[in-house]
Design a protein around this ligand. Structure first.
Ligand code: HEM
Length: 516
């Protein structure tokens, strides 16, 4: 009822009582005013909710509040470090396509339904728009001395395309990985030596996740900077510890800036200062590493595949020097946690499949350097890794901004809609995979329907797909093969997983590496 309508209704009720000579048994005189007030509150709330709820029509989802949108859920019902569980719960409540609303009134549509995911991710886009992380944008724009742009991960449109074209060709080339394989063998061997040194008498490696972090750091620095830095030596250097802590803080601050109260936008809160510290620390340490690598490269006549990535990026005249440095920093930062988490998840899942571990061991040649052909000839290695990416991907959803309208489960989403593609949640649905919640690497050797392989997208999709994919797959396959050659893996209980903008194991993780 409109406000004038409510007023007229109240006037009518009052005049009705005035016309009757006998007073009512109950005193109804306050009722019209009460009705008027209730109507006014209902009308005002409806207007306010319409203003904050920008969801595409009829999409289900949690109720949005003025100024808070649906974010209040992450400060009350759900825990921010268990966001994967929060989304699983929302999919149960609202179905496989639902919408949230940001405090600014923008709709964010979450999808875990196969047809809808394929519709969104298969939309061919020349310059796919992935919504940037606002806190990174704000910080980097405040430092024009260091950043000419917000970087490959956060840029959009032509600027993104320019960076992508000039920065990733070397990283994604099969030739680069073939050249890097001997170095990767040696890094993996050093990692195994470190594991051996850290094993307790029963084979337990306490703080296994921290060791994998160091391995991620050594290998990604080796790939990008073309030299070894000794992060796998027995005693962890202060530099490695600080860099690993900064990389974790960087991801967590991004999570909190997105899902927490947006106070950092108005004042330099602790969250913003933590983020700035992590950016600063990563920048300073990686810049030092780059300087060391550059002077080593200048002092040696070595011309191997490792040096090419680093030097070619730095020598590219099409790019601003600030963009080149920022890219190398971003590549290193992108690789540390992701690689380490993926290895922990892989070994944890395999610990429940001693038979598959045995199978890997039987397919991989004993000892020494492993060549690409030897790894390719062991389908059990690839199957184990693929299945771990299906069941526990460190990046469980992909963000996109629709460039054209898309029909999703009967709802027409207009161009510009912010969509979260929950490939991880979709992979756990029984309508997409046979015995979907179980770790069954055999499904990748002989297929059992349903088997929606296209939903397994741990590195993303399309032109914005992760440029580190080839490197990461090669490294995980190699490490898995080498670990299985030497030990079988055991883990007691269930791994505690948290959401740090990526899915991560809750630290510290203790695995047992037992002699065969
Ligand atoms: C297990 C390890 C890794 C996983 C699971 C992973 C996953 C991802 C995912 C899901 C995306 C978003 C893709 C999309 O939106 O379609 C991404 C983007 C990106 N990743 Fe990775 N990544 C890993 C390692 C690495 C490494 C080692 C590097 C660098 C050497 C790297 C560099 C990047 C960059 C630069 C982007 C942004 C690409 C763009 O927007 O054009 N990642 N990664």
């Amino acid at each position: 009822m409109s406000l004038p309508g409510a007023f007229l209704f109240s006037h009518y009720v009052e005049s009705f009582w005035h016309q009757n000579s006998s007073p009512p048994l109950v005193d109804w005189s306050g009722l019209p005013t009460l009705v008027l007030l209730v109507a006014a509150v209902v009308a005002a709330t409806a207007v306010a909710l319409r203003a904050v709820d920008a969801r595409p029509r009829r999409l289900p989802g949690p109720p949005a509040l003025p100024l808070l949108g649906t974010r209040w859920l992450f400060w009350s019902r759900y825990k921010m470090n268990k966001l994967h569980e929060a989304y699983a719960d929302m999919f149960r409540r609202y179905g496989p396509v639902f919408a949230e609303t940001t405090p600014g009134g923008v709709a964010v549509v979450s999808i875990a339904e196969r047809g809808a995911l394929e519709a969104v991710l298969r939309t061919p886009a020349k310059r796919p728009y992935r919504p940037p992380t606002e806190i990174v944008q704000v910080y980097r724009r405040s430092r024009p001395d260091r950043y000419a742009s917000t970087g490959l991960v956060n840029e959009q449109g032509e600027k993104w395309y320019h960076l992508r074209r000039h920065l990733t060709a070397e990283l994604t080339s099969p030739h680069t990985m073939r050249n890097f394989l001997p170095q990767l063998n040696s890094i993996s061997d050093d990692f195994l030596t470190l594991l051996q040194a850290c094993r307790a008498s029963d084979g337990t490696v306490y703080g296994f996740d921290q060791l994998t972090n160091r391995m991620g750091l050594e290998s990604v620095c080796g790939l990008m900077l073309g030299t070894r830095f000794g992060f796998l030596e027995r005693c962890m250097s202060g530099r490695a510890a600080t860099l690993a802590a900064a990389a974790k803080a960087h991801f967590r601050a991004q999570r909190d800036s997105y899902y927490g109260a947006p106070l950092w936008k108005f004042a330099p809160t602790t969250l913003y200062r933590t983020f700035a510290w992590s950016e600063e620390t990563i920048h300073v340490i990686v810049s030092d590493l780059m300087e060391e690598a550059r002077s080593r490269a200048e002092g040696s006549a070595q011309d191997d595949g490792m040096q090419e990535i680093f030097m070619r990026i730095l020598e590219n005249p099409a790019l601003d020097m600030r963009d080149k440095k920022a890219a190398i920093i971003d590549f290193i930062n992108a690789g540390i946690e992701t690689l380490a988490n993926s290895l922990v998840f892989l070994l944890y899942l395999l610990s429940g499949r001693p038979d598959w571990q045995q199978r890997i061991r039987s397919e991989v040649p004993c000892g020494g350097e492993l060549r690409a052909e030897e790894i390719a000839a062991a389908p059990s290695v690839r199957a184990a890794t693929m299945e771990a990416f299906r069941l526990l991907p460190t990046a469980p959803f992909l963000a996109r901004l629709l460039e054209a309208p898309v029909n999703v489960a009967g709802h027409k989403l207009p161009a510009g809609t912010f969509v979260l593609c929950h490939t991880g949640a979709a992979c756990r649905r029984e309508d997409n995979f046979w015995r979907a919640t179980e770790y069954l690497p055999e499904r990748w050797v002989s297929v059992r329907e349903p088997h929606a392989a296209s939903l397994v997208a741990p590195f993303g999709r399309g032109r914005r797909m992760c440029p580190g994919k080839r490197f990461v797959e090669c490294e995980l396959h190699l490490l898995l093969a080498k670990i299985m050659q030497r030990w079988r893996v055991e883990y007691d209980g269930e791994l505690d997983i948290q959401f740090d903008f990526l899915l991560s194991p809750k630290s510290p993780v203790s695995l047992r590496l037992v002699e065969w």
